[in-house]
Design a protein around this ligand. Sequence first.
Ligand code: ADP
Ligand code: MG
Length: 467
Amino acid sequence: MEASKIWDECLAFIRSNTSEEVYETWFKPIKAISLQDKTLKIEVPTQLYYEWLETHFVDLLRAALTKVLGRNAKLIYAVRMSKTDDQAKINYPGASKPKINTVNPKSRIIKDINPFVIPGVEKVTIDSNLNPNYTFDNFIEGPNNKLARNAGMAIAKRVNEVAFNPLFIFGGVGLGKTHLANAVGVEIKRLHPGKNVLYVSMEKFSQQYASATINNTRNDFLQFYQMMDVLIVDDVQFLAGKEGAQKAFFQIFNHLHQNKKILIFTSDKAPVEIKDIKGRLLSRFKWGLAAELKAPNYETRVRIIKAKLFADGMEMPEDVIHYIAQNVRSNIREIEGILTSLIAQATYMHREINLDLAQEVIDKIVRHQKPHFSCEMIKQHVAKFFNIDVSLLDTKRRKRQIVMARQVAMYLAKKFTKAPLEQIGREIGNKDHATVIYSLKVVNDLMDTDKKFRKFVDEIENGLYNL
Ligand code: ADP
Ligand code: MG
């Protein structure tokens, strides 16, 4: 195969593993010259390019070349005749400190160097894919996240001690898992720019795995991940049911863990509750520290709102802030959505931010997101969870399991339908209004006192959203 075709394939890989800006600046100008056996010769515009590639992207180049040409691939640089002022034209990070004082800029140099070995240079290679806006600074601490936040901080501050490995952050939607996992990566990168930190969502990981399997490049895929110093995988629950990707993930996990590299995972469930992931992998998730992010309490919600407003340079009346904190309880992303929407109304529609407007916006954003269910749907769904026939709910049977299922169905009907209590009673078990009130109390009490029961009901409730 000819050189340029091979190089195009390398470029495609590089492009998907780095930012567009880096790609455009450092890789696009390169031309392929020749290919002999597994040695690809490329021409770079200047000596500076060569040095910069060597220092910063050697691993990425290696991964690309290995992927396209297989093991033992070699790269040779040819440096085009450089002019002294070339340097000044290139706008690259750290441009004020060019590293080319060792070379004669006028000469044409052909370097025959295998870039995969560079002695004594700290490598900044793979684009970390971190979101720079998610930092510890703007991650407000509260009792709901204190353990996870402190654990993350400890890891970032003492990368070489590897205190808990992996750090497993779990919790419901919009409670800050992605933010916190990113913050750890951003902090490590800030303190140790030379570390290879990679953030990847499990969705992307498994897609990459799938295409590596199709393209027969599974080894390169593994190699790529195994060269990380810090691997952050978001939403690992998406590994459920994907056997091949699990195997690869297991292998990567073992390699990195053995080499004392840092692993940070997030998930919407605790390790014990994840289903359809092989036990051997699940048990490894428990090796380190599992820290839960819970819903913030009222006081923390107020502080989060104030911090967001402050960051946006906005102000809002106290009563509006408290109103939002009171009414949006379980999802910080929703709180942000409401603030954004309020600010937009004020800015573009020139409306005054007051309680009326806040109420209007919350009704639109939060309440409308709640799906509307009928009592019948809820009955069907609950019966499935209790593993009983739905018709049993309408009988007079007093078997414990049936009674409990009926009570939970009433509780969810109250929560998710607009039906008055009489109607709920009539449609679920043909009971009267007082029985419904009693049932609601039973379920609420149990939810408060029995953690297992609460989890179970939460699970039924979550299932409703997926109907
Ligand atoms: P998850 O990944 O758990 O669904 P995210 O990390 O995406 O949640 O968080 C949702 C939004 O809420 C993000 O914009 C994040 O910045 C914000 N957020 C979450 N927790 C906090 C916190 N403790 N302080 C400030 N903002 C937070
Ligand atoms: Mg997330």
